[in-house]
Design a protein. Structure first.
Lengths: 347, 347
DNA sequence: TTGTAAGCGTTATCAG
DNA sequence: CTGATAACGCTTACAA
């Protein structure tokens, strides 16, 4: 180990600054700035000299000092509930791709499904002077008054939020799922819904029920179970449903993890899916490819969700002051192997 | 729509600064800084006055200007191949949790498995004066000379990299997998390995082969297939293997997605897993819970990988100048249902 | 077309 | 213990 009497880390070799460029190119600091930003015209000769110096010294502008001056960074704050939830990575990717193309960078925060942590992050983010923020709320709690940057909410909507948003047609998606089961001939249909304080869930279930009603299919209260948004919850709720008499011939799960749990419950009950019980999920996670049978599911365009949100945010950043926009993306039924005709009507 | 003659967005209400605090508390700017940073002692009376002003005005320090002065932000740059790959989210989460606790924030970049994009991001990151960088390399390409901040490499190792790193015992993990299959009685064992330019893969396969050799189990070259790191690759390679005579009784897959593909190939070939063909994967992704049968796999501690890397980085940030450290985490065999005795030796 | 200088919000040095 | 003041690296009027 090298002897080092000083307790301090030696100062890192400092970066190349515009001063260095100016000195080497024999021009003033302002001129360097002019060629870099291209807002003020500069003679070709000087421009070339400056450019040469930039290349030779490998100069890279300092985002921070620039931000301090212009009052805005090229940072986009993104606050999500939990990157570990398989629905979110592709949303994040959608945001990042759109951001990267426009030369913005992503400051990612996991609020951990904790509104307090979410708030802490939102406040903290403002210290970075972000160009804008994208939020996937942890639940539908009310948002405190925001800072001075544009904000777009994705997926779930905070209570009373009427700023920009990008969501999917949860209500329509629910209807689609109901129509599919009804068309297959199901009459005994059960629902495993998710947590009540998540706005998307309510919409899905309401759409589902509405479509059933339209088709004069009634569903008694004990056929509706509320679960957490995971596999265990789906398993437990489905177990309860499968013991009912008459046993439901189909189960609508409010998301795919619940659907996977329900599938396991069917198997654990020595029943077959889809021959005895059909299952239909929501989300279109890739895990639905791997189950046996592959899950029929209402697919959300998760990547598009992020991408659209970022594009909307960009327009705000560029000064678009139109009234709040609410972009709603379509869902799509992906028919696979977990739903077919109910046993009684089978030929 | 409101009439708005000006094309410019009205200047946002500017944030509260230290000047505002100073004015309200009737002290100088420097004094405010002193109470905030606590490095210089301040009389209780003045401290209270300043603190009161801070609370009343809801002051939050500006990270950017602070960074400009101190030459360091509380940002951690993290460059990963693709957040959409199910192995990475939990690594990211591990990093973020450790970072958050120490009051650092995460700047996340998807290099998209593209070394050029990776390099671009690494350069760009330095413009934010990050306190440090965590990199999961896209492949084993050589790293260019880095900037002045500490860097920790996770998982895959760049060629010639001898700085700090956190990896898992891929070699040992491979041996474990081999030992498990051998103990079950398998003799006809095949391998579907991943891309050659990813350092982790080679280690897994080498460990696997070494253990087989030690046990005097030979494996002919056509039993080893190279696949991409995904399900399709696994499916195709496994299909080829299953047509060989004698047919392998077990397949070692270099990662879980490959294993899932292999499982589908077994089913498509009208064979049963594990009765006819055993499969063992690597990673311990949650998808292995959902397949039928559930996959036996060598589990990597992905969250720990990120967490340990961030803690190592923190120690560097705080000035630890010890020689490069190479942390190697253990893998663990998770025995589930996809591997059992080969058909011939079954009682 | 080029240069000068003020200022963004902090920290840190040095007098008072 | 408190207060001026320079400096961090950059942008931007404005002057030359």
């Amino acid at each position: 180990m090298p002897t080092n009497k000083s307790t301090k880390v030696p100062a890192a070799a400092s970066r190349i600054t515009m001063h260095d460029i100016a000195r080497r190119a024999n021009v003033s600091l302002g001129t360097v700035s002019h060629v870099i930003n291209g807002k003020v015209s500069v003679s070709d000769e000087v421009r070339a000299r400056v450019q040469k110096a930039i290349d030779e010294l490998g100069y890279q502008p300092n985002h921070l000092s620039r931000a301090l001056r212009t009052n805005r960074t090229n940072l986009i704050g993104m606050v999500i509930p939990d990157i570990t939830n398989p629905f979110f990575p592709s949303v994040v990717r959608g945001v990042e791709d759109a951001a990267f193309r426009a030369n913005y960078r992503l400051l990612l925060c996991n609020a951990d499904n904790d509104p307090a942590k979410e708030l802490a992050y939102m406040n903290d983010l403002s210290s970075f002077m972000p160009a804008g923020i994208i939020l996937i709320p942890s639940d539908n709690h009310k948002l405190p008054t925001l800072g001075q940057y544009p904000l777009v909410c994705i997926d779930r909507q905070p209570l009373g939020w009427n700023g920009d948003s990008v969501t999917v047609e949860n209500f329509e998606g629910g209807k689609t799922a109901a129509a599919h089961l009804a068309q297959l001939g199901h009459k005994q249909i059960a629902i495993v819904q998710g947590p009540e304080n998540v706005s998307t869930v309510g919409d899905r279930v309401r759409g589902f029920l509405k479509e059933l009603k339209r088709r004069k299919i009634t569903i008694s209260p004990e056929y509706i179970q509320a679960s957490s948004f995971d596999q265990e919850g789906g398993y437990l709720c489905a177990m309860r449903l499968l013991r009912l008499v008459p046993r439901p011939t189909a189960i609508f799960a409010a998301n795919d993890l619940i659907a996977v749990g329900a599938l396991q419950a069917v198997k654990a009950s020595k029943l077959r899916c889809p021959q005895d019980v059909s299952i239909i999920g929501f989300d279109g996670l890739s895990v639905t490819d791997f189950t046996e049978p592959a899950l029929t599911s209402v697919v959300q365009p998760s990547y598009q969700l992020g991408h659209a949100a970022m594009r909307l945010l960009l327009s705000r950043i560029e000064g678009d002051t139109a009234p709040p926009r609410h972009i709603v993306l379509e869902t799509q039924l992906k028919v696979r192997d977990s739903a077919q005709e109910p046993p009684t009507t089978r030929r």
